[in-house]
Design a protein around this ligand. Structure first.
Ligand code: HEC
Ligand code: HEC
Ligand code: HEC
Length: 359
């Protein structure tokens, strides 16, 4: 049948159905031939037909613009966010996007599409668009999705992408070199006493809690794109030794003077509050004796980290070890003000393991 023949078909319902059926069949046979006989050239050497690159790129850009709607945090461009982002990037992204002051490898440049150099990314996108791309990835390009469900922990990487165009190779090296030659210390600091308020200190935690948390990150029972990446380089069998080494640290540092916000947090932590908020001290101290080694100490933990975790608990999105469900009930009714006050209170206590938090 010719095109002319097709167009001149009488316009009654049965003919239209027949025509559509014919076209669908022809399309299927065509697609079948491309798939079955290998007619489509998948070679990365041949690149795309003229115009196809433009179509793909425009589709990508518009798809991102349509969907990117997350609100950036107020401290997005803080040095602590940039530093954490750089460290995750170094492990998860540098292979493809290179690093400030260093070129991409010849092999990466031969990818179709080629991953852009890290310094050339941020100028093209708004922060919420970068956030969407890093969380969702891009199908059929090699650009991976974030290895966690939650999306708030993508922001440090966005912060780093924004800082990268003006960053020197030396600054990048300073940020990503570990003080002890170990990847954990790069982020958590020497002896686990992290000085970065976005990264938890580990020196206040017990061996049992650290081991349970590392297993939970490894299995995905605790949702974190950053720690999932870190733990994917650590064999299960190494966890007991790492937990023992980190828990052997003795936390040091003074208590911080309490402001009005921290005092409100203290009242709430010791006595519980409105709605169904229990006393936090019943499980987290301050205490003089060991109770359950799976309960984390919060004394001297960084306030931004505590706030982030409490919001995750409230949304039932934190996950954790074998007794994590105990926390869901505790955080369900917390307001933003409660969270700020509780974080300020626990951050102001002298850093200590749980059985030494008592006054
Ligand atoms: C295996 C290689 C690979 C890895 C690993 C990778 N990417 Fe990509 N990325 C790509 C490719 C390829 C593209 C280009 C996609 C396109 O142009 O359609 C891309 C695109 C992007 C873009 C969009 C930039 C633009 O202008 O097109 C961002 C942002 C990005 N990657 C960030 C990251 C971050 C952050 C990480 C680490 C968490 C990462 N990528 C890990 C390959 C990779
Ligand atoms: C790229 C930075 C980075 C690296 C590398 C890293 N961590 Fe983490 N770690 C984090 C961040 C950020 C969190 C908070 C994650 C969350 O929201 O659950 C965290 C959380 C943790 C926790 C839970 C702390 C708590 O209070 O519940 C433990 C334990 C831990 N990390 C141990 C390790 C160990 C052991 C290594 C090395 C194998 C390591 N981390 C490597 C950034 C890092
Ligand atoms: C019934 C015991 C219980 C009560 C009450 C409780 N918690 Fe928890 N909390 C836990 C347990 C258990 C975990 C660790 C769960 C896991 O990761 O497996 C935890 C974890 C946390 C964490 C994460 C710490 C970290 O290092 O990641 C924060 C923050 C926290 N609780 C704050 C609070 C606050 C604030 C209150 C009071 C409103 C409270 N908790 C009440 C048992 C409790």
């Amino acid at each position: 049948m010719t095109w002319r023949g097709l167009l001149s078909l009488p316009r009654d319902g049965r003919s239209v159905v027949k025509t559509l059926g014919f076209l669908a069949l022809a399309g299927l046979l065509g697609a079948g031939a491309v798939v079955g006989f290998g007619l489509y050239n998948v070679s990365a050497k041949s690149g795309h037909w003229a115009g196809v690159s433009w179509v793909l790129h425009t589709t990508f850009r518009n798809a991102v613009r349509l969907r990117a709607d997350a609100t950036p945090p107020e401290d997005l461009d803080s040095p602590a966010m940039v530093a954490l982002g750089a460290r995750h990037f170094d492990s998860a992204c540098r292979t493809c996007h290179a690093s400030p002051g260093r070129p991409r490898s010849a092999t990466v440049r031969a990818m179709v599409p080629a991953p852009p150099h890290v310094s050339a990314i941020a100028g093209q996108w708004q922060p919420q668009e970068l956030h969407w791309i890093v969380h969702q990835g891009a199908k059929m390009t090699g650009m991976p999705a974030w290895p966690a469900t939650r999306a708030d922990d993508v922001w440090p990487v966005v912060a780093f992408l924004r800082a990268a165009p003006d960053m020197s190779a030396q600054t990048y090296r300073d940020l990503t070199e570990s003080p002890e030659g170990q990847s954990c210390a790069m982020c958590h600091g020497a002896g686990g006493a992290s000085g970065n308020p976005q990264i938890p200190r580990l020196d206040i935690l017990s061996e049992a809690y650290i081991a349970a948390s590392l297993r939970a990150y490894r299995s995905g029972a605790r949702d974190s794109g950053i720690m999932a990446e870190a733990m994917s380089h650590v064999p299960e069998a190494a966890i007991p030794e790492i937990a023992a080494r980190m828990a052997a640290q003795v936390p040091v540092g003074p208590a911080q003077p309490m402001n009005a916000l921290a005092r409100r947090g203290e009242a709430l932590a010791l006595r519980g509050g409105g709605g169904d908020v229990p006393s936090c001290a019943a499980c987290h101290g301050p205490w003089d004796a060991a109770l359950n080694p799976l309960f984390p100490s919060l004394a001297g933990q960084h306030a931004p980290y505590l706030r982030q975790q409490l919001r995750l608990w409230r949304e039932a999105a934190r996950g954790g070890g074998p007794v994590a469900q105990l926390m869901h009930h505790a955080a369900r009714d917390l307001t933003e003000e409660d969270i700020a006050a509780l974080a300020a209170y626990y951050a102001s206590l002298a850093p200590a393991k749980l059985d030494r938090t008592g006054k």
